[in-house]
Design a binder for this molecule. Structure first.
Ligand code: SAH
Length: 360
């Protein structure tokens, strides 16, 4: 897709033309990844974080937040529950918690892999290449690390680097690929200071990075963060709005640019429209849902943004609710792990190569 087409779609506000975009995305989704909706059980294992991201409620300086880290036994119980519900994957997410040591995580991954048939996806922030390699070796299958925005200046402003260590999420995404992970990334939509040009760049990056999974969701201001407190202040005509409609546009364009990727209809989207955000996302490009299986007592403590959808629901309730929503729109439940069709293990550094030296 040409860049000017991307920009035009992002700026489109004619509902008839947007209906055509939704149809294009839905057709591409059906043609390339089919009607199955893959379910991933999400476990938010810790809300400790060493970072000071200005968008996220888990930032290190947030003294209001009670911190928790689940035990390996608690995590395993959640994974077993996910398997029982028929989910093919467990997604293990946390703040950037250095209390999660490499060995501790190796043990947790090993236990899940031995005791369940689940694919394991990690989303633990920016960790060293050595740690990522160990976890891959222990059996982790996939890693999610959103680059949040490809505008380097904006990224540094909302996600300050640690002292003496410049953040480079693109470099980490390359390492993940080399280590043989299925690689997921994504962005927030409507970050204060994010322009239409920035967002078009993000979409172009999705294609260039050849991502296996892409998560996009609206930026939701958290009043306890500096970005949340100032949100909506200096809205210029170039500012991307953090609206539901803009999220669908980005979702649909993502599907058209990366037709074979796994793309979730995110919780942030459901938060903007509890009644039918998830279904509309599925009808406009998405093919994955990540029901929360975190124990209820921890859910409201993983407050990356406020009023998160489904915060009081039990895992069992989420399971029933989501199955019903999928059936109601004529889609089917994914069977098995739901690996990305885009994933090519042979394209990694260890893959076989042809005589000409090209990776086959
Ligand atoms: N510490 C991990 C996991 C973070 S939570 C990491 O940094 O990768 C997962 C995602 O939630 C983030 O990547 C971000 O895109 C999203 N998120 C965080 N705060 C948000 C907010 N206020 N509004 C919308 N999405 C947010």
């Amino acid at each position: 897709m040409q860049r000017n087409e991307i920009i035009n779609w992002l700026r489109e506000d004619d509902t008839g033309r947007l209906d055509a975009l939704w149809r294009l995305a839905d057709d591409a989704r059906r043609q390339h990844v089919g009607d199955a909706v893959h379910l991933r059980g999400l476990v938010e294992i810790s809300n400790y974080c060493r970072r000071s991201c200005t968008y996220c409620g888990l930032y290190a300086g947030n003294a209001e937040l009670t911190r928790y880290r689940m035990t390996p036994e608690e995590i395993l119980a959640c994974a077993e529950k996910a398997a029982e519900y028929g989910y093919g994957t467990v997604v293990i997410q946390s703040g950037e918690d250095m209390g999660i040591t490499a060995d501790w995580m190796v043990d947790v991954i090993g236990r899940i892999k031995r005791q369940t048939p689940l694919a394991v996806t990690l989303s633990l922030g920016e960790r060293s290449r050595d740690e990522l390699a160990l976890w891959r070796k222990a059996g982790a299958d996939r890693y999610l690390l959103r680059f949040e925005t490809s505008n380097a200046r904006l990224f540094e402003a909302i996600h300050p680097s640690l002292p003496h260590e410049r953040s480079d999420r693109f470099a980490i995404l390359r390492s993940l690929r080399e280590l043989g992970y299925e690689v997921g990334s994504g962005v927030m939509i409507g970050i204060p200071g994010q322009s239409f040009d920035d967002l078009a760049d993000d979409l172009e990056w999705f294609g260039k990075l050849d991502l296996d999974m892409i998560g996009v969701g609206p930026f939701i201001p958290h009043p306890g963060t500096s970005l949340g407190a100032s949100a909506g202040e200096q809205a210029s005509p170039e500012q991307v709005p953090n609206t539901e409609e803009m999220t669908y546009k980005v979702l649909a364009l993502t599907r058209l640019i990366c037709p074979r990727s796994n793309i979730p209809s995110t919780t942030a989207l459901a938060t903007l429209n509890l009644a039918e955000g998830r279904e509309l996302g599925l009808g406009r490009g998405a093919n994955v849902i990540m029901p929360n299986v975190t124990p209820v007592k921890y859910r409201d403590l993983y407050e990356i943004y406020p009023a998160k959808a489904c915060i009081e629901e039990t895992a069992e309730h989420c399971c029933r609710c989501i199955r019903g929503r999928i059936k109601s729109i004529g889609r089917t439940l994914g069977v098995g792990r739901g690996d990305s069709l885009n994933y090519r293990p042979a394209a990694t550094a260890v893959g076989p190569s042809t005589n000409s030296g090209e990776v086959s």
